[in-house]
Every structure is written in structure tokens, then in C-alpha cells.
Design a protein around this ligand. Structure first.
Ligand code: SAM
Length: 276
């Protein structure tokens, strides 16, 4: 059991606390908080990011599951500066925080729930301005992977369809206490639709059209990557025949990792049209 600043770090809550002032500064600079922003931090822990964020903005929301840490945060920050939402971020309704403007969501995320949390957050994407997360480097590499890479998978397609994503920098284990076993990385995620509205010079969305039937899109992507070494004509057999696949411009002998996010959207939309 590792004790950090008088708190016993709980493995089951993925507690690796940031202790490097240089890394903390870089993370807060990347977030770029501005007065009036509505920011929510997932897993504030001992406040490593919370405190420098509150130096730059008037008010912050945090979602934390560990009661011991909540008690410490309550004694350190007044409620008019910090709104503490006790509970599981996987069940948290981020829509309830919408407030004055779009949300900025940040956090050094508990690694054991990172994928389900990213999928939970997708449903709030229309309310979000941007998100900055620390995750295992290996997960970030999968999120930002390009077609043709061994890291390109279901996570890449489902998230790239929704967000522009950028790996900002790598964070070594020694920046934490206790140190995790692997490297971490900071990722920036900007919802696609929002950037379109903003026309802020962010590169094109790369995802093509939106999926007409998001559930069908998700099923197609899951089926394609269910056996990633198999050809699409086999993994997608229950959805579409080989000739129709080719007619959509998708090589039937290609594998799931070979085709682009826009190809998955086009495929799912063609299937949605057929089902009408
Ligand atoms: N932000 C702090 C830092 O950077 O030092 C702590 C980061 S630590 C990696 C993850 C934090 O998320 C811990 O405070 C942990 O208690 C909290 N946490 C774990 N599971 C959670 C969940 N399901 N919902 C909300 N918070 C959670």
C-alpha cells in the first residue's frame, strides 16, 4: 500500500497521483482555461490539476468517487469555487452541467475505466467544447491511429468519427506517485460537429458524412474488427454481399484496419438506406 500525502492510494480507483510540477504546468497550459469557462475535472484526487485550474478560473466542477478524497477537497476548496459531484463518472450526467457555455472536460483518468468512460462521454459530445485527458500511451496511440496501422481499431473508428484527436505529449511513469508501469500521454479531443460550427481552422473532419443510424454504424464497426485478420467480405457477411461491398468502393478482400472512417460511415449509410 502506497501512501501519498497521508492518503492510501487505492489501486481499484486507478489512483496514480501527478507529482511533477513541470508536467502539471504543461497539462494546464494545454487545457488553456479562461475565466468564464465551464470546466469539469474527472477524478481530481489530491487536487494536482484542480488547484492550478482554480488559479485561472473562478469556478470548477469535479466528479470524484473516493469519499476520503472528497473530504480532503471539501476542506481545501470553498463550495463557491469548487462544486464536488460525488459518484461514478461512468454514470455521471455531464449534460446537467451545461450551464452558460459548452463544456471543457479534463482529467488524469483512472486507467481501468478509460475505454468505457470515453464511450460514455461520446453521448455528450454535442455539449462539449473540448476534452483533455491523460491516458495510457498505448490507449492514446489506438485513439489517434491511422488506417493501415496495427493500432487502428474499433476505438480509433468510433472516436475519430466523433472527435478530432491529437496526442500532445508523453508523460513518463516517474511523474506520478505511485508510478504506473507504463508511459502515459495527453490527448486533446475536439468534437467534430462543434469544430464545423466554429470553423476555427481545425483540419477537416475526415469522417465524411454523419452516420444516419449510429447504432447500425457501431454494429458494422464492431463486426469488422471482431476478427481483424479476416477479410471484410467474411466479417461483414451478415450485413452485405461481396459485390455490393465492391460497388461501394470498398475492396472485399481488405481487412478492417485497411479502410478509413469515412468508408465505415458510407457503408453503414448504404445499409441504412437498404433497410428503409
Ligand atoms: N487528478 C489526480 C492527479 O492527477 O493526481 C488524480 C488522478 S488518479 C489517476 C484518478 C482519479 O480518479 C482518482 O482520484 C480516483 O479516485 C478517481 N476515480 C477513479 N474511478 C472513478 C470513477 N469511476 N468516477 C470518478 N472518479 C474516479
Amino acid at each position: 500500500m502506497k501512501t501519498v500525502a497521508g492518503h492510501t492510494a487505492r489501486k481499484r480507483f486507478g489512483q496514480n497521483f501527478l507529482v511533477s510540477p513541470g508536467i502539471i504546468r504543461r497539462i494546464v497550459d494545454a487545457i488553456g482555461p479562461r475565466p468564464g469557462d465551464t470546466i469539469v475535472e474527472i477524478g481530481p484526487g489530491l487536487g494536482a490539476i484542480t488547484e492550478p485550474l482554480l488559479e485561472r478560473i473562478d469556478h470548477l466542477h469535479v466528479v470524484e468517487i473516493d469519499r476520503d478524497l472528497i473530504a480532503r477537497l471539501q476542506s481545501r476548496f470553498p463550495p463557491e469555487r469548487l462544486s464536488i459531484h460525488e459518484g461514478d463518472a461512468l454514470e455521471f450526467d455531464f449534460g446537467a452541467l451545461k450551464g452558460a457555455g459548452p463544456l471543457k472536460i479534463v482529467g488524469n483518468l483512472p486507467y481501468n475505466i478509460s475505454s468505457p468512460l470515453l464511450f460514455h462521454l461520446v453521448r455528450f459530445a454535442p455539449l462539449v467544447h473540448d476534452m483533455h485527458f491523460m491516458l495510457q500511451k498505448e490507449v492514446v496511440d489506438r485513439m489517434v491511429a491511422e488506417p493501415g496501422s496495427k493500432d487502428f481499431g474499433r476505438l480509433s473508428v468510433m472516436l475519430q468519427y466523433r472527435y478530432h484527436m491529437e496526442r500532445l505529449f508523453i508523460v513518463p511513469p516517474g511523474s506520478f506517485n505511485p508510478p504506473p508501469k507504463v508511459d502515459s500521454a495527453i490527448v486533446r479531443m475536439i468534437p467534430v460537429d462543434y469544430s464545423r460550427v466554429m470553423q476555427s481552422g481545425i483540419p477537416g473532419d475526415g469522417a465524411g458524412d454523419t452516420a444516419k443510424d449510429p447504432a447500425l454504424f457501431a454494429r458494422v464497426v464492431t463486426a469488422a474488427f471482431s476478427q481483424r485478420r479476416k477479410m471484410l467480405r467474411n466479417t461483414l457477411r451478415e450485413f452485405i454481399g461481396e459485390a455490393d461491398l465492391a460497388a461501394l468502393g470498398i475492396t472485399p478482400t481488405a481487412r478492417a484496419e485497411d479502410i478509413a472512417v469515412a468508408d465505415y460511415v458510407r457503408l453503414a449509410n448504404a445499409l441504412a438506406d437498404l433497410a428503409r
